[in-house]
Write a protein that binds this ligand. Structure first.
Ligand SMILES: [Zn+2]
Length: 103
């Protein structure tokens, strides 16, 4: 396969927010859907950047330092427990709105 200790493949990991890239050894990178230079999907160079919304029934999982200093993120289908927790959180949100109808 032509791979030896010295010829470890490098991969380029771009920040989804600002486009900054890092070159890292492939096996030191946790494969994720995308990466950002700040934690939790934030970009230090582009503070207004937000990750795309998580589709219904899915959760986003942040992987700290997935690629060097970059955090990674993955979106996956929520487990039944998580769906339940999301539904409960929404209910709380709705209840809060009902409790303060006028401002
Ligand atoms: Zn960035």
């Amino acid at each position: 396969m032509g791979k030896n200790k010295k010829g470890e493949p490098l991969i380029t990991v771009p920040c989804a927010g600002c486009g900054r890239t890092q070159r890292l050894r492939e096996r030191r990178v946790v494969l994720c859907e995308g990466y950002t230079c700040g934690f939790g999907g934030h970009s230090a160079k582009n503070p207004r950047f937000v990750l795309p919304a998580v589709p219904d029934g899915c959760v986003r999982h942040i992987v700290p330092n997935a690629a060097g200093a970059f955090s990674g993120y993955n979106t996956r289908f929520a487990t039944p427990e998580e769906i339940e927790a999301i539904a409960r959180a929404r209910e709380v949100l709705l209840t809060g709105q009902v409790q303060s109808p006028c401002r």
